[in-house]
Design a protein around this ligand. Sequence first.
Ligand code: SAM
Length: 447
Amino acid sequence: MNYYLWTIGCQMNDADSQRLASELEKLGYRYVTQAEEADIVVLNTCVVRQQAEDKIYGRLGSLKPLKAERPEMIVGLMGCLVGVRDPAPLRRRFPWVDVFMPPSDPGPLLSYLADRGLIDEGQALEQTQVARRRYQQDQVDEILLPAHQRGKLVSANVSVVLGCSHACTYCIIPYRRGVERSRSVGEIVAEVRSLAAQGVKEVTLLGQIVDRYGYDVPDGPSLADLLRIVHDVEGLERIRFLTSHPSWMSDELLETVAELPKVCEHIEVPMQAGDDEVLAAMRRGYTVNDYRGLIDRIRTQLPGTAITTDVIVGFPGESEAAFERTFDLLAELRLDKAHIAKYSPRPGTVSARKMLDDVPPQEKERRRQALDELQKRIVGEINAQLLGQTVELLVEGKRKGKWFGRTRTNKLVFFQDDEFDWRGRLAPVVITWTGPWSMQGRIKESA
Ligand code: SAM
């Protein structure tokens, strides 16, 4: 029995897919790379921008004839397209989909398999209950990687805060992932341990606002506490966390990053805009000066840290002058990476309901390109400073005959070595060529 899993969107969706795969593996299903060969096909979806949503409709459309040909094939839809609402409208629109799963919840698929007699009922019941409770209660929770990943997957994502209660005016995530809930320390550590036991060397702890870990629990642990505990997991070499929010990044957190050797010098903290009026309309809760101050604080407390950001261009009311202020802020701060997105009105959000999407598409595209080009130049210059230096790579695998891995600052580096199997190992590499998106290097000869 086989399953096929297609995932689009953020790292949290990757973590949710990993979770679903684990449940299916425990039931004896095996991963295949083609939907045509699978008994179960699941699309794990993202709706953060219209572009992502359109891709899902394309995939759903291509599954329709497959399902007509093989009615016994089970089609599942998971993630933010489903959300935490009643799936009835989706069921009417896509009658060839059998099961609808909210983000992070494989429970409905397990129940469906049990109802169809495809898995042992006792086992299904137990697994469904475990899957449903999983994110709420303290329990030993193991993840089973698919066979092709066991001992091979080097870096994995682990969700630690589910949902989001911040309600930025443009963002659909709180509507689709529900309110903010922190997973328990015990559950997270059990998951990280089981990943490490299967060869994973690096984990990235995820939350929409990961710095708010534990805030929803009375006297809850902080992200700093969690990092200290995860740090003790044997076999783990590196820890990252994302996404941070400028209003929630505490000094305690920065001190902990400085103190713990496995925690990498890499912080993702979206600015979204470099203009106070736009930031207020987005309801981000900070000003440009606050953001500037934060970057300064990170650089003072954690020298050498790579800081990455997200920016939205063409938000309702973003004037040319406001856009230029964003451009100037990016030029001033010289961050290590910026993901630039064009504003996309999302149904139900405050900005879609109350603000006019008044920046024309071609102007949004012009602004996106201008920021992309600026950022490309900045990152090119930052990376050029690494030329001739030795960096430590965690090697993830091979691509086109070359090993590739990431520095502690999350920069991608390729190198050649046909003698040694570097996968999952820390490699000392001398940088021999740099570009904005990747670098090349060679193994440093030991003295
Ligand atoms: N929770 C994080 C945060 O606080 O920003 C990241 C969530 S979201 C999956 C990732 C990025 O998508 C955001 O940082 C934002 O730049 C972008 N995004 C979210 N909603 C958007 C929208 N309606 N239009 C364009 N980009 C959007």
